[in-house]
Design a protein around this ligand. Structure first.
Ligand code: UDX
Length: 390
């Protein structure tokens, strides 16, 4: 292994967005960590590689959205592995939609009875959960699914998930794709690198230190969420009326009225050290857009959630958080201050929220065990390293 590692390199091709770059950096680190060589010798080995003229590349690992890489791999006869930075269930949905499209949608997706049907072997996934509008139009989304999965030359697919969260989706994918599926997450707990592209405002940790245990709601609605001013105001009033302290990640400047409300009970940041915030004992809940990274990071800290998904596959993640893992409550419809106050009470002070926290802590323990020596993700990473060595 060491001899080979000195001669061969792996090309990683991430998609340029925080939610993709973060797990990619973590994957790179995790692979290096499991290598038998020490960090220093690996750095030395990399610098040697960069000086070498020959092109002995062992494998190309690319973000599934950068599927042009597959063509390059094919042309240069290089092994390639897809890295899916979203959940296994999202990938399943892409395959199911692709198949339905190939069959010219023989089932009527508009029929309410069809919509409520569970997709075979994939409880609780129903047809109406399939994210048909994730990447713009349905046609565009289907084209993407086809591109990702119909090339048939990739040697495997890495997914930033763990079998304790998504076992049926993982088995389904393994059977359907016929190539090894490597669930080796959650990657962020296997590494210590901070991969944030933005500067984190650490002052919120000092503020958290002054709050009571499990009292604070942390709010971050992702990089792409667009919220109307009315919704922001209803959220702010609901938070104020609930009397719960909160940290709110919001990059745009708030209207003066909202700033006033917020500064009395909450703390605003443009970008938070999210993992540190979620791990803080004062945090009692996470109001999230349910991006896959945020969802994993939250479950790893055993924090229950309020789900407010926007686009992409976030509704699907919210469905699993609420109905499969039962560690969160979905906030549906228009945001209204009374509803915000009620949902916060359910999450932070009611028994219902305490039960969700208990279940989330159960997953936290399983996830942490999965990346320890002998755990499912640890073993999967080992298998991937063995594949890369051959
Ligand atoms: C995108 C898509 O929107 C999402 O549906 C898909 O699952 C992943 O890619 P994004 O909006 O970037 O996701 O959200 P998410 O996946 O949750 O990733 C956000 C990352 O930014 C997390 O790792 C989170 O820790 C980090 N973050 C967020 C911070 O470090 N600080 C913050 O204040 C907010």
């Amino acid at each position: 292994m060491e001899k080979r590692a000195e001669k061969r390199r792996i090309v990683l091709v991430p998609f340029p967005a925080q939610g993709h770059v973060t797990p990619f950096i973590q994957l790179g680190q995790a692979l290096i960590k499991l290598n038998k060589t020490s960090e220093e010798s690996f750095k030395h080995c990399l610098s040697q590689l960069m000086l070498q003229q020959d092109n002995d590349i062992a494998c190309i690992i690319y973000d599934e959205l950068m599927y042009f890489s597959e063509a390059a791999a094919k042309e240069f006869k290089l092994p390639s592995v897809i890295f899916s930075t979203v959940s296994a269930t999202s990938r399943v949905c892409g395959c199911v939609l692709s198949k339905l499209n190939a069959e010219k949608f023989l089932i009527d997706m508009e029929d309410p009875e069809v919509q409520d049907k569970v997709v075979d072997d994939l409880h609780p996934l129903t047809y109406k959960d399939l994210p048909t509008s994730g990447m713009g139009t349905l046609d565009r989304y289907l084209e993407l699914c086809r591109e990702i999965f119909n090339r048939g030359t990739a040697s495997g697919i890495i997914i930033n998930t763990a079998s304790c969260l998504e076992s049926s989706s993982l088995s389904w994918l393994q059977q359907e794709l016929g190539i090894p599926v490597y669930p080796l997450g959650p990657l962020h707990i296997t590494v210590s690198t901070n991969s944030s592209l933005l500067e984190e405002d650490m002052s919120c940790i000092e503020w958290l230190n002054k709050q009571k245990p499990r009292s604070v709601i942390y709010i971050s609605l992702g990089s792409k969420a667009h919220m109307e001013e009315k919704e922001v105001l209803e959220m702010a009033w609901g938070l104020y009326d609930s009397n719960q302290p909160f940290i709110w990640v919001i990059s745009k400047s708030l209207p003066e009225e909202v700033s006033k409300i917020v500064s009395e009970k909450g703390y605003i940041v443009k970008w938070a050290p999210q993992n540190q915030v979620l791990a803080h004992p004062a945090v009692g809940g996470f109001w999230s857009h349910c991006g896959w990274n945020s969802s994993l990071e939250c479950i790893v800290e055993g924090v229950p959630m309020i789900c407010r998904p926007f686009g992409d596959e976030q509704k699907l993640n919210a469905k699993y958080i609420e109905s499969a893992w039962r560690i969160g409550i979905r906030l549906k419809g228009e945001v209204e201050r009374g509803q915000v106050k009620r949902i916060l009470k359910r999450l932070i002070t009611d028994d219902e929220g305490a039960d969700m926290r208990d279940r989330s802590i159960g997953f936290k323990e399983k996830l942490k065990a999965s990346v320890r020596v002998g755990g499912s993700s640890y073993n999967t990473l080992d298998e991937l390293v063995k594949f890369l060595e051959t």
